[in-house]
Design a protein. Structure first.
Lengths: 172, 320
């Protein structure tokens, strides 16, 4: 009886691990999509609204869901008094502190890291170009993430169950 | 004392400035930052370079140098991390800071169809600290009164740069607007004043709200070309007095003439040597005929201003 219970638990654990892994594949393209949308909003705030960067980031933060809103709010807060950091330092700090809450990978982080060097430091036309090229790069990542999702999501799910079952067979 | 402008500087420069003796700090007129070169200050009409230990020197090689990183940081702070909101300011070459202080900028100009579009690689900064001197106009005011109209006479203030023209102009606007002028114990009621502030120096507006006290009945057209601004104000704000800074072009004189015909009094400033004759031949040519009824020349002295007032025929009325 106890043996049976143990076997059930092993299978359950395996399935769960598989599901969690699969979920990561499913969430990444969603998060990239939301990141792209938020950058496009930033583009509008800068290009048409003339909104100063800290306020623009706050607005976007308010409109975004977890975990992106943390990122934007943290950056905006670092730019304002009393810290008064530069835009670049603030964004880099926010990335470093909040990236662990996202399911995105290092490539996406690199895109934002690069964008932080130019954000707020030039005229509108230039800002637009930089944001657009960041969006393009993210779209490429998104396509890849979607492909990975199609390929691995289901596989991870079944693989979890199968590995659980395999372990049970081995030790039974 | 208002040392709000200190907060625009990066940490290191701020702490250097705070090490200055209090008298020098309160007398500061300009702080000049030039990338890779010594940090310069201008206090009480004298210039110095700052030393690492907080002292001052006139030898540039002993001065503290500022680097690229600090220029970046400074630009980031004065633009609120958003250079793109300051395109117009970058075209003009200066940014107005809270408190009405002005940060002049120099760098590499980017042209578009032969006109300056903005400046990039900004490496030179000059903070001109604005000081409001309430009551600066008190000694001059009695000579500018029009007793019949209970108003001021058309007045032109002539002086070289940095002698206090704008300070006097600002205080005249405040006094007239708030009704602190005229004869008798009660004085005369305040008048509607319109300031055309092309370079944001008179009122030091941030988002349309003046940083200086320019009086309760004063309207300001900020950043507006003078000739156009004068006409707009006459049409829209029905002023009793128009106040403008630094006239000197043909179209300015034309707009002034229009104002005179509209029955509006004009107080203006102009650059000039400010010695024997108040008007330079150039200005005289532009202004042609008798536009102004009073001329005031200014010179900075130990006690504040030294000024002379002339009537419309350039006859001196007062020497102070």
């Amino acid at each position: 009886m106890i043996k049976l219970l143990g076997a059930a638990m092993v299978i359950l654990a395996g399935t769960l691990a598989g599901w969690i892994q699969a979920r990561r594949f499913a969430v990444r393209p969603q998060e990239i999509r939301r990141l792209i949308l938020s950058l496009q909003r930033l583009d509008t705030e800068i290009g048409y609204g003339f909104i100063p960067l800290p306020e623009a980031l706050r607005r976007i933060g308010a409109q975004s869901r977890e975990p992106l809103n943390r990122l934007y709010n943290e950056a905006a807060e670092a730019m304002e008094a009393p810290r008064n950091w530069t835009a670049q330092d603030s964004l880099h700090y926010a990335l470093q502190e909040n990236w662990k809450f996202t399911s995105m990978k290092a490539q996406e982080r690199e895109v934002l890291h690069q964008l932080a060097f130019t954000l707020g430091t030039s005229d509108r036309a230039n800002q637009k170009t930089h944001i657009q090229s960041a969006v393009k790069a993210l779209e490429a990542e998104e396509a890849q993430a979607l492909e990975e999702q199609a390929r691995y999501e289901k596989m991870c799910r079944s693989l979890g169950l199968l590995i659980g079952a395999f372990i049970v067979i081995l030790i039974y | 004392m208002n040392e709000q402008w200190l907060s625009v500087f990066p940490e290191r420069i701020r702490s250097l400035l705070l090490k200055l003796p209090p008298l020098m700090l309160s007398g500061l007129e300009e702080v000049r930052i030039r990338e890779e070169r010594p940090l310069e200050i201008n206090t009480g009409g004298q210039f110095y370079f700052l030393k690492e230990d907080g002292g001052v020197t006139v030898h540039p090689e002993q001065g503290v140098r500022t680097g690229r990183e600090e220029s970046h940081r400074l630009l980031d702070l004065i633009t609120n991390h958003s250079v793109y909101t300051m395109e117009e300011e970058l075209r003009k070459g200066f940014i107005t800071l809270p408190g009405g202080h002005r940060m002049g900028l120099s760098g590499r100009a980017v042209l578009s169809r032969g006109k300056v579009e903005h400046i990039r690689d900004i490496s030179g900064f000059n903070l001109r600290i604005a000081r409001e001197v309430k009551g600066a106009s008190v000694p001059v005011l009695p000579y500018l009164l029009d007793n019949r109209g209970k108003n001021l006479l058309h007045t032109l203030i002539v002086a070289p740069p940095q002698q206090g023209k704008t300070t006097l102009l600002r205080d005249l606007a405040r006094a007239v607007s708030s009704g602190q002028f005229g004869t008798g114990r009660e004085g005369w009621p305040g008048l509607k004043v319109a300031i055309i502030d092309e370079r944001s120096e008179i009122a030091g507006c941030r988002r349309g709200v003046p940083s200086f006290d320019v009086g309760p009945r004063t309207d300001i057209m900020d950043g507006c070309p003078k000739a156009e601004g004068i006409m707009m104000m006459i049409r829209s704000m029905s002023p009793d007095i128009i106040v403008v800074d630094e006239i000197g072009r043909q179209e300015d004189a034309e707009a002034l003439r229009q104002a005179l015909h509209a029955g509006v009094r004009v107080i203006a400033t102009a650059h000039g040597a400010g010695d024997a004759k108040p008007l330079s031949p150039l200005l005289e040519g532009i202004l042609g005929g008798k536009l102004f009824q009073r001329f005031v020349t200014l010179r900075r002295s130990e006690q504040g201003f030294a000024f002379k007032v002339y009537d419309e025929d350039y006859k001196p009325l007062l020497q102070h």
